[in-house]
Design a protein around this ligand. Structure first.
Ligand SMILES: [Zn+2]
Length: 438
């Protein structure tokens, strides 16, 4: 197929090919099953980097290279949380939050203060909190239609809860997992300590564990928890972004990127977050190649390292692009899971947004209709200052937080057709933006 082909035919070729091939599924299976727990600096993350580079070569990239990134290194150890109430003990499912400090050897045994938010924490004050474990029990607001909005409302307790509680002398925090789910999987994620505030251990408790703790506290407000976390921080280390490129035929020095992040939390296969996004970027290269579509601009699949802890993959990529004077035309991120594609969010307005929205007509045969303002992503955010149009891939996200940062995010939770449809949608959008110079 030549670049003289009608866009509709190119898009159909992308979808046909994506839905006929096993490449995406095989790549996803490898990342999930052979490199689970791809925390930055881990052995699994190094294996994932090697695999992703090979997969990009196989997909037909003209060049593939690794870009060095400085990353933090943190490891979980043994962890447990036992409630001691009226002479009986109840074990809760917990996961230490990333970058947390450990408990003292043998753990902490202390009373628990349940709070809904930072206001309540403040009103209780030092006299009620000092020496105790603070339990942030607020669930995500299930009434919010956008699941990311529900998540955003409670993730602040995971991120800032430890330092906020430490200001009043708390000895540790237990945070209800940031999810709409009600299962017994704890959802981990990074926590951030403020400067000049004592660092206290922080764990997430599963949603059902949070319900259990709340109800035990109602019948026995003086109960105690025995909390053990044996995590460790190490000095920063080196890892890599993985980049594959198809050289542009007309403007080879202008770049359009699509990608996701290769790292994941240590307790999970990270299928939806975000092996799937990486696989879709590899697929984009393969789909262009197999349809023999020669882009005008250079197209890059970029798999970022360390999105989960401190985002140095994204900042390093942008800094190097800036240093080399690269013109980044557009950048797309797929990091909202690999459920069925709904559309794209564009960080644009006015006439440009109007033109981008009109691209939805090409996607109607595939039931992809939501072309709105919004989008972007943590890894591509830094490319905005280089003038890149930021684009977020928008699948249906209702189930995303059933998986996010938990051991529930496994290979078999991905529907293959949804993964394939997403790959084709991303390749098609990138093709259209390049073809029409949007
Ligand atoms: Zn992610």
């Amino acid at each position: 197929m030549s670049s003289g082909q009608e866009p509709e035919a190119v898009i159909k070729a992308f979808f046909d090919n994506a839905l006929s091939g096993r490449e995406a599924i095989n790549n996803l299976e490898y990342l999930c099953r052979q490199t689970p727990g791809r925390l930055p600096g881990s052995q699994a993350s190094v294996r994932a980097v090697r695999f992703a580079a090979e997969a990009l070569k196989k997909a037909g990239a003209d060049s593939v290279w690794l870009q060095e990134v400085t990353v933090p290194k943190w490891e979980r150890g043994r962890e447990s949380c036992t409630v001691i109430s009226q002479k009986k003990t109840t074990s809760l499912s917990v996961s230490t939050l990333g970058l947390s400090v450990p408990t003292v050897p043998g753990g902490i045994i202390a009373e628990v203060v349940e709070v809904k938010d930072f206001e309540q924490l403040k009103s209780l004050g030092k006299e009620n909190i000092s020496g105790k474990v603070v339990f942030f029990s607020q669930p995500a607001d299930n009434r919010l239609i956008n699941s990311f909005s529900g998540y955003a409302g409670v993730v602040v307790f995971r991120i800032n809860g430890a330092s906020e509680a430490a200001k009043y002398g708390a000895s540790a925090v237990i945070v209800r997992s940031a999810t709409q789910a009600t299962h017994d999987f704890p959802h981990t994620g990074v926590t951030r300590y403020q400067d000049n505030i004592p660092k206290i251990p922080a764990v997430a408790v599963s949603p059902s564990g949070a319900e259990t703790l709340s109800s035990l506290l109602k019948s026995d407000p003086r109960l105690k928890v025995h909390l053990i976390t044996e995590c460790r921080s190490f000095p920063d280390t080196i890892s890599w972004n993985v980049i594959g490129e198809l050289r542009g035929s007309l403007y080879p020095d202008e770049y359009i990127t699509a990608g996701g992040h290769l790292d994941s939390w240590d307790i999970t296969e990270g299928a939806h977050d975000d092996a799937g996004g990486c696989v879709q970027a590899i697929e984009m290269i393969r789909l262009f190649k197999s349809a023999n579509v020669k882009p005008k601009r250079s197209i890059r699949a970029v798999m970022f390292m360390n999105e989960e802890i401190s985002g140095t993959g994204g900042t390093t990529y942008a800094a190097e692009a800036m240093k080399k004077g690269e013109k980044h035309y557009a950048a797309l991120e797929s990091d909202r899971g690999v459920m069925s594609p709904r559309g794209f969010g564009f960080d644009a307005e006015g006439e440009r947004l109007q033109k981008l929205s009109e691209l939805s007509s090409y996607f109607r045969p595939y039931n992809i209709r939501d072309f709105d303002r919004g989008g972007g992503g943590a890894d591509i955010g830094p490319l905005k200052s280089l003038g890149a149009l930021l684009i977020g891939y928008m699948p249906d996200t209702q189930r995303y937080f059933d998986f996010h940062h938990s051991a529930n995010d496994t290979f078999e939770k991905v529907n293959f057709r949804e993964l394939q449809l997403g790959s084709a949608a991303i390749a098609s959008l990138i093709y259209l933006i390049d073809f029409f110079d949007l």
